[in-house]
Design a protein. Structure first.
Lengths: 399, 403
């Protein structure tokens, strides 16, 4: 599915939800506590950039605001923004989002802007305690917004749905690594996209169905065991026990803090030389981090459970832990037999652009060639990006 | 000749140069002795100082690179390593000069043994120090002070306090040192004295004519940022305050013929400080700016526990760590207290935290104070991002409003 179609489909799903009286809470940063949002009767939905948006941010933001925030702002000014009960801006993540949230509030006072502040520090328990109380305050804000108090039953149900979706997607991610012919990257990214649009039972059912089909194929090839092991390894960020071998085909992975798998799928669609089994993984992307988040513990304090889950996910470039991310990347490249890495950077995104040289060095240290792709939501330089990917593939083929 | 210049040179500048020179030598010696830390401008420097860890502050090195007009070249060294031209030019200058110290005539900093970052000024500092850490192997310590929306809540305070405790543990482990009561109280006391003196210096600029212009304050703020808690810092501000008070007493202004008083918002373009001098020639001075007013909280305390609590208070609550409205409040307050006619907002392309939102704050400040302002775009170190003609046109348009 191309990215514009995904946007249309996602808007359609949102419209249907809203028409059915289901309020939707938009979010921008991947680590939203889905289960808490759902415990207030809201559907959390990723606010997406729109490739067809024409810039309309200039009265409020400078051109050096990151391309993602410029696009979202323009959608809001243009009136093409989805109908949301509220919008969650993360705080203490990146400088752009921090300030844009303030600008948004001032420019659109009628919008319900809610802040959720994350710890940057990788300090273990103090960070969990801090985030738990921030999530509690967030939950209180949702109660004021909706008039619906936190409902334990809804929370438990949400944990089961989101947990099931994540588990299914983790297995599908792993299946693609083990046997890419069983699940096209397009399909995988589409399902991840659906999860981020609306984590509903319908989406869970679709993912479970897809997994059942893939599992059949894996069983025939006796690969189901290794898929489960790969999933555990990715989830625990410990690749020690995994060693996937590849056939002669080149396997490449994508990386980038603020890139969605669907954008990758769209971008690689028309690249000459890109075969259906070439891209086997996107790692540390928006989708990957959301999917490989450990389940929320439903016993005990729900806010602490949500905080532990979020802080247990692969970290962001906006957080401490560069050396851990570099290690995970090196392990992924070597243990999963990746032959080339595409590094996506949102234009004017400080976290992406600061991290890219470290990523580049890490890949070089394990002998994996890379190409850096500066992208923006409009894919305004699409022909050149495709050209660079094509040349990259040719270099990999020749080596 | 110098008498003909439209601005007056501060005598304390000689002392400042001596201090800077001495600070440089001490930093070099500390690096050789294995007790040098780089600190960000909003870091609670009192703690390393009290633990005998010598701090140096690379944002100042970036300013020196800018002022020496080698910004594009040194930032270019970082770009050669893959760091985008869109990133903070203090960070790029620092990464570039760390990679190629021999090619950086001024502004290279001695090798650190630790990198101490506090994100109360921006999130970029962590990414920057992570990059330096990869180059030098010095560990990064991040004091995480999440931005405040309203008043500081108990769980925020507890989290930052735990971070401060961890900092003490980190320094003790890394440098084999201890935080002791006597030294801690002495350093806190010296730090508060310096801050109080600095605050008096800033307040004196409310006089007409203002005894200091923008560039004067930017140059003289360095010790209060990096050497709070050291004796020579207090000595310097005593001398500066004496000179400032002398000027006030004699009705002597920083510029010879102050006619228009403006507020400066943001870091200055270091490579073209003559921008201020050219305006001085037209009778335009800057008695206040938002940046140098950020260092105003004094850490008080009579023992280690109360000092560490004070650190939590002061460093979480710097107005840079609050939202856009806090910044607008600050600007309005300065415009009123310093009786200013208008304001210039420098939109620094490579500093998102300080600059994004200026278009909106400009409107709000004008609405609330009734004074006009202008936004000019450029960069503090990287002159490639500064279009002088365009800046001039905009500033001219603002000045026309005062004739
Ligand atoms: S992380 Fe990057 S792309 Fe995302 S909002 Fe921040 S600056 Fe923009
Ligand atoms: S991004 Fe801005 S606030 Fe942060 S270090 Fe750079 S100049 Fe300073």
């Amino acid at each position: 599915m191309s990215y514009p179609i995904l946007i249309e489909q996602s808007n359609q799903i949102l419209r249907e939800l809203v028409d059915a009286g289901q309020p939707v809470l938009g979010y921008i940063y991947p680590h939203i506590p889905h289960e808490i949002v759902m415990a207030h009767g809201l559907t959390p939905s990723l606010v997406r950039t729109n490739p067809t948006t024409v810039g309309a941010y200039e009265d409020s933001l400078q051109t050096f605001s990151c391309s993602l925030t410029r696009n979202l702002f323009s959608q809001r000014v243009n009136g093409s923004f989805p109908l949301l009960a509220g919008i969650v801006f993360s705080s203490n993540t990146c400088d752009a989002l921090q300030n844009v949230a303030d600008v948004w509030r001032l420019r659109f006072p009628e919008d319900n802007v809610i802040r959720l502040t994350y710890p940057v520090g990788d300090s273990g328990n103090p960070a969990v305690q801090y985030l738990a109380l921030e999530i509690k305050a967030f939950s209180d804000a949702l109660e004021s917004l909706t008039g619906v108090a936190f409902q334990k039953d809804a929370f438990i149900e949400a944990a089961s749905i989101v947990g099931g979706i994540r588990r299914g997607l983790q297995l599908l991610y792993s299946a693609r690594l083990v046997n890419p012919s069983l699940i096209p990257y397009d399909t995988l990214s589409e399902l991840v996209g659906e999860f981020m649009t609306a984590p509903t039972k319908t989406v869970l059912t679709r993912i479970e169905k897809k997994w059942a089909e893939v599992l059949d194929g894996l069983k025939k090839e006796k690969q189901d065991g290794v898929v489960e092991k790969t999933r555990t390894a990715l989830l625990s960020q410990d690749m020690g026990g995994i060693n996937l071998t590849s056939d002669s085909a080149v396997r490449i992975a994508f990386i980038g803090g603020m890139v969605e798998p669907t954008t990758i799928a769209d971008l690689i669609n028309n690249v000459p030389g890109m075969k259906s089994n070439t891209v086997v993984l996107d790692v540390l992307t928006f989708g990957f981090r959301t999917v490989f988040t450990p389940p929320v513990e439903t016993e005990g304090d729900p806010f602490e459970g949500a905080a532990r889950s979020i802080l247990g996910a692969p970290s962001e470039p906006t957080q401490e832990g560069l050396s851990k991310r570099v290690k995970l990347l090196k392990d992924v490249l070597t243990h999963l037999s990746i032959g080339g890495l595409v590094v996506c950077e949102q234009s004017f995104c400080d976290p992406d652009e600061f991290e890219a040289p470290s990523t580049e060095r890490a890949a070089a240290e394990v002998g994996v060639p890379i190409v850096r792709l500066p992208i923006d939501p409009e894919l305004s330089d699409r022909a050149r990006l495709e050209g660079r990917l094509q040349t990259f593939l040719e270099t990999l083929d020749a080596s | 000749m110098s008498e003909e210049k439209p601005y007056r040179r501060l005598e304390s500048q000689d002392l400042l140069q001596q201090i800077a020179f001495r600070h440089g030598l001490e930093a070099m010696a500390a690096s050789e002795e294995g007790r040098l830390a780089w600190v960000t401008s909003g870091f609670p420097v009192e703690i390393p100082v009290a633990m005998d860890v010598f701090p140096t502050y690379p944002e100042q090195a970036g300013a020196i690179v800018g002022a020496s007009k080698i910004g594009p070249e040194v930032c270019g060294f970082a770009e050669d390593l893959g760091y985008s031209q869109e990133l903070c030019s203090y960070a790029r200058a620092s990464i570039g000069s760390t990679d190629r110290p021999d090619d950086t005539a001024m502004g290279a900093r001695p090798t650190p043994q630790a990198l101490l970052a506090c994100n109360n000024i921006c999130g970029t500092v962590l990414k920057w120090y992570d990059a330096i850490s990869e180059m030098t192997n010095a560990p990064v310590f991040l004091l995480d002070t999440p931005p405040l929306e309203r008043e500081q809540l108990p769980h925020h305070r507890a989290y930052v306090r735990r971070g401060v405790d961890r900092l003490v543990e980190f320094l003790a482990d890394t440098f084999n040192t201890k935080l002791e009561n006597e030294k801690a109280t002495k350093v806190a006391d010296l730090s508060s004295q310096a801050i109080r003196l600095w605050t008096k210096v800033l307040k004196a600029c409310a006089n007409k004519p203002s005894p200091l212009n923008c560039a004067d304050r930017f140059l003289t703020m360095a010790p209060v940022v990096s050497s709070r808690g050291m004796e020579h810092c207090v000595e310097f501000y005593e001398a500066l305050l004496a000179e400032v008070e002398e000027r006030v007493k004699g009705g002597v202004g920083a510029i010879r013929d102050e006619q228009t008083r403006l507020l400066w918002d943001n870091i200055p373009p270091w490579f073209t400080l003559r921008f201020f001098n050219q305006l001085a020639a037209r009778g335009v001075g800057f008695p206040a700016d938002t940046y140098t007013h950020a260092w105003s909280g004094a850490v008080e305390g009579s023992d280690i526990a109360s000092i560490l609590d004070g650190v939590v208070d002061v460093y979480s609550n710097v107005y840079l760590n609050k939202g856009l409205e806090a910044k607008v409040d600050k600007m309005c307050e300065l415009i009123k207290d310093y009786d200013l006619d208008g304001f210039v907002m420098f939109s620094v392309r490579s500093c998102k935290r300080y600059s994004l939102g200026q278009l909106v704050s400009k409107e709000m400040v004008t609405e609330r104070t009734g004074v006009p302002g202008v936004v000019i775009e450029g960069d503090m170190v990287d002159s490639r991002l500064f279009n002088e003609a365009q800046v001039q046109t905009r500033v001219d348009a603002l000045l026309e409003m005062f004739v």
